[in-house]
Design a protein around this ligand. Structure first.
Ligand code: IVH
Length: 707
């Protein structure tokens, strides 16, 4: 299926040989002339055919990517096709047709949404895939600018969806997608749900202007959306970009509102009145109007500065909370930008300096099963090793049985895999065109591969489970979780030692760790006296971890570290938590029905109560330390914006909660205080508009101190 078809090229091009070319450097004799002409004509028609084929392929993949949000090939493969087409078209410019994929920016908007005409088109960016290409771009534009010195703004290229936000007389009136660059979809109702988009701007804003930016989902937001979809048995999104696009293209904006979408604004489209003269100042100006601007943007004075910025983020992009696929380099001065102008639909004054692809294609050799700590049978892909963005990948996540079926992934398929940050690589899609017929369909085993117990798939759940609480695979996973950094942090007991302890029968549940004897440990393989002492010391040290850690470490389903914090704060001891009823739990802000049910069920189990008793006997701290906290901030809602100097967000939030306060994510009429750190976001403008009390970091500290 292609979004548009390619009309035949005008026939005149076949006469092009008459104007000459390398083949005509000598004058051919009779007969010979005819031969040469035929060869060129054949050659041209072959080229024409090749171009036609490339366009068809690209149009098909465009449609999959832009309209269906379901790509079949990797970005790198797609880029390769585009480059090939561009190369042929630049060698044979007569063969360019107006509907060639090189002549447009994206796919046509879908019909259900209203159409918005962009007064200034939303264009695309040329790419540089290595430093040589970047330097070539720099040389070209330097020449055009008469070799004058000029500076650049470097920005991270967000991997999301471009939007245009129009403000008239201080109010957001229209929000649109890029569409084909000239006409986009009207998604105002959805964009209004994104909290980082200001609905109004201060009076010094131009009377009519358009801010442009990229809407995206953080890696964590993406994981959350997919977790929820997985639990609800819905198809999973392949990557944050698709999830953001899917979320914005909702006809029902309540669905959009439930997705943690965000935006970074990166430019001004159209503006009436006086605006700054450089891109950097424009960003500062937009920031002052309450727009969210990426704090990593940097003003650099030369190409070396650009390269240093690129290298820095190439190394540390995994630490960013969102996906980025490169650096956008922009000439800072608007007058130089005007001088440079455009080539086709791409500005000469900007370029996308891309990071190495994080997608690749390889073969799915087999599907293995791993038993999780809550007994879930997790299928995973065993791949022919392939290098993705500089890392060799051999395994990939497959989520669940339904997802495998929905994506129609078969053993033996050629598959597109993707690695995003620290997230486990995953299969995006099989390449069905490469099937040979020898692929086989995956069937979930009916018994647990670790203990042989008959597995179950509870109604309404996507996961198949091993119901045997004593299943060794489950206990191993649970033990590894119990000792992990965010839980009891017993650093000397890792995955391998956990396995050895289980195999030797020294540990049957997590509490047994606290009853290990040195002599028995020394009997284990590669365990000398010294290392045995280290292991025991590290176990001993874990006895005084805060209550929230032990609650988290127990591995109760749906109780992650945040929920554990809330429960620890609320109940103050394991015993009180164990006595909590479903209703009591549900009354706590931040505790949903799944977590509430799971906590109740956990403490109903005799085996779990035994583990708690054993932990107590071992001297593990099971209550909050110190005297009961006073609650000076009881019931007051705080919202934090910007970066705080004295503590992390999580610490600040814990301090508020610890004093009885509530932490909100957006400023509403219920918000009592907005705490403002460095580089505050749009929340500040909102708080000012609502006359919410605003606290500097110092004032916030004093308020905490007085409590
Ligand atoms: S500037 C004419 N800046 O990349 C300049 N674009 O291929 C056009 N993008 O559709 C855009 N981050 O959605 C610019 N910091 C950034 C960007 C960025 C992501 C996207 C944008 C555009 C695409 C261009």
């Amino acid at each position: 299926m292609t979004p548009s078809s390619t009309p035949p090229c005008p026939p005149q091009h076949l006469h092009e040989w008459k104007v000459g070319g390398p083949d005509f450097l000598h004058l051919p004799g009779d007969g010979e002339y005819h031969l040469v002409a035929t060869r060129i004509m054949e050659n041209t028609s072959q080229i024409e055919e090749k171009i036609g084929h490339l366009r068809e392929q690209i149009n098909h993949h465009n449609y999959r990517y832009y309209v269906l949000d379901s790509p079949e090939i990797s970005d790198a493969e797609y880029d390769q096709l585009m480059r090939e087409l561009r190369r042929l078209e630049s060698d044979y410019p007569r063969l360019i047709t107006p509907d060639s994929p090189t002549q447009r920016v994206g796919a046509a908007p879908q019909e259900e949404f209203g159409v918005v005409e962009h007064p200034v088109p939303l264009l695309s960016l040329g790419n540089a895939f290595n430093f040589e290409e970047l330097r070539a771009w720099h040389n070209r534009i330097s020449r055009l600018l008469g070799n004058a010195d000029f500076d650049f703004v470097c920005e991270l290229k967000m991997d999301g969806l471009a939007v245009a936000l129009t403000y008239v007389d201080g109010l957001l009136v229209t929000g649109a997608t890029r569409g084909d660059g000239y006409r986009g979809e009207n998604i105002t109702h959805n964009l209004r749900t994104i909290r980082s988009i200001p609905l109004s701007v201060p009076p010094n804003a131009p009377p009519r202007f358009e801010a442009r930016g990229e809407v995206f989902l953080s890696k964590e937001g993406f994981a959350r959306v997919n977790r929820e979809r997985g639990e609800a048995g819905q198809p999973l999104f392949a990557n944050p970009r698709n999830a953001a696009a899917g979320s914005l293209r909702q006809l029902d904006s309540r669905v959009t509102a439930s997705r943690p979408l965000d935006i970074y604004v990166y430019g001004l489209g159209y503006a009436e009145g006086v605006v700054p003269q450089t891109h950097w100042e424009t960003m500062e100006f937009l920031k002052s109007l309450g727009f969210k601007i990426n704090p990593q943007n940097a003003l650099v004075s030369d190409l070396e500065g650009v390269e240093a910025y690129y290298q820095r983020w190439l190394k540390s992009r995994e630490e960013l909370p969102y996906e980025t696929d490169g650096v956008v380099v922009k000439v800072n001065s608007f007058s130089l930008q005007r001088q440079l102008g455009f080539v086709g639909r791409e500005p000469r004054w900007a370029i996308a300096y891309k990071f190495p692809a994080t997608q690749a294609t390889t073969r799915l050799l087999d599907i293995g099963i791993n038993v999780g700590r809550t007994g879930t049978l997790n299928p995973y892909a065993i791949l022919e090793p392939v290098s993705v963005g500089g890392v060799v990948v051999k395994r990939a996540a497959l989520h669940n049985e339904d997802d495998i079926r929905r994506k129609d992934i078969r053993i033996g398929d050629t598959v597109v895999i993707q690695r995003a940050g620290e997230v486990i690589p995953e299969i995006v899609t099989p390449v069905t065109s490469k099937r040979t017929g020898s692929e086989s369909i995956f069937v979930m085993p009916s018994t647990c591969p670790a203990c042989g117990t008959q597995v179950r798939r509870p109604e309404g759940e996507a996961m198949v489970r091993c119901p045997n609480a004593a299943c060794p695979a489950q206990i191993h996973e649970l033990l590894a979780h119990f000792v992990s950094r965010g839980a009891m942090d017993i650093d000397k007991v890792g995955w391998k030692l956990s396995a050895a302890l289980l195999d030797a029968g020294l540990v049957k549940d997590v509490a047994d760790l606290y009853f290990l004897e040195k002599e028995r440990l020394i009997g284990l393989e590669r365990m000398a006296e010294k290392s045995a002492s280290n292991v025991l010391d590290s176990i001993e040290r874990s006895k005084t971890r805060p209550l929230s850690r032990i609650i988290f470490a127990l591995g109760i389903r749906y109780v992650g570290s945040e929920t554990a914090d809330i429960l620890a704060m609320e109940f103050g001891s394991i015993d009180r938590l164990a006595r909590a009823t479903r209703d009591e739990l549900l009354a706590i802000p931040g505790i949903g029905p799944k977590a509430a049910d799971s906590v109740v069920t956990f403490f109903e189990q005799e085996t779990n109560r035994e583990i708690i008793k054993k932990l107590r006997r071992a001297g593990v701290r099971l209550e909050e330390a110190g005297k009961p906290q006073e609650m000076p901030l009881a019931g007051q809602e705080f919202v934090i914006t910007g970066k705080l100097e004295s503590f992390t967000r999580a610490e600040a939030e814990a301090m508020i909660r610890g004093r009885g306060g509530v932490v909100g994510s957006s400023v509403t009429r219920k918000t009592a205080y907005l705490v403002v750190g460095a580089d505050p976001g749009s929340k500040l403008a909102k708080a000012q508009a609502l006359s919410t009390s605003i606290l500097s970091e110092g004032e916030f500290l004093r308020l905490l101190g007085s409590g």
